[in-house]
Design a protein around this ligand. Structure first.
Ligand SMILES: [Zn+2]
Ligand SMILES: [Zn+2]
Length: 173
């Protein structure tokens, strides 16, 4: 394993390796990763332990991503730090004229693979939409928007649309 600074893999190198396979370990600064998720930020560096293997001209990239994310609980909106792990798996070929019938294969123009975009994508996939601060989070009161983890209120919950809670809490800010 070698520590790399820029997450660029030169696919030409792989063919010179035993079994045409190479392992990489990256520690990536969070500011380098173009994460495109509203309300979600990286909290610290991202680690990526990846293997690239050449299988008959198709470069398979697979391995583990680990990151810490700062985001809001899907129920009570409190800010939380969440560890996420994602197993990534992508396939690449080099050159537009290569023949393949797998639609998932990404075609690269050069033998260079910059991992930044794929890593950002992997992290985006890793977050499921309902991240909560704790499994039994009570969320917000659908009536007044108060945090029910911190105490109860006097609302009559039977006649209230739960979707209003999040809205009311947002309006308070
Ligand atoms: Zn919560
Ligand atoms: Zn209430």
């Amino acid at each position: 394993m070698n520590e790399n600074i820029a997450p660029i893999i030169n696919l030409g190198d792989i063919n010179k390796c035993p079994k045409q396979k190479k392992q990489y370990s990256f520690l990536l600064d969070q500011t380098d990763i173009p994460l495109d998720l509203p309300g979600v930020k990286l909290d610290g560096p991202v680690t990526a332990d990846l293997t690239v293997q050449n299988s008959d001209g198709i470069f398979e990239l697979f391995g583990q991503l680990s990151a810490k994310l700062k985001l809001n609980c899907g129920r009570c909106l409190v800010e939380i730090i969440k560890d996420v792990d994602y197993h990534m798996s992508e396939k690449f070929i080099v050159g537009k004229n290569q023949k393949h019938d797998d639609e998932d294969i990404i075609v690269l123009e050069k033998e260079q693979l910059n991992l930044l975009d794929y890593i950002a994508e992997g992290i985006e996939f890793a977050i499921d939409s309902k991240v909560v601060c704790k499994e039994d989070c009570l969320g917000l009161c659908p009536g007044c928007g108060c945090d029910l983890n911190k105490g109860s209120c006097t609302c009559d919950l039977e006649n209230i649309d739960p979707r209003m809670a999040v809205l009311k809490n947002l309006l308070k800010k």
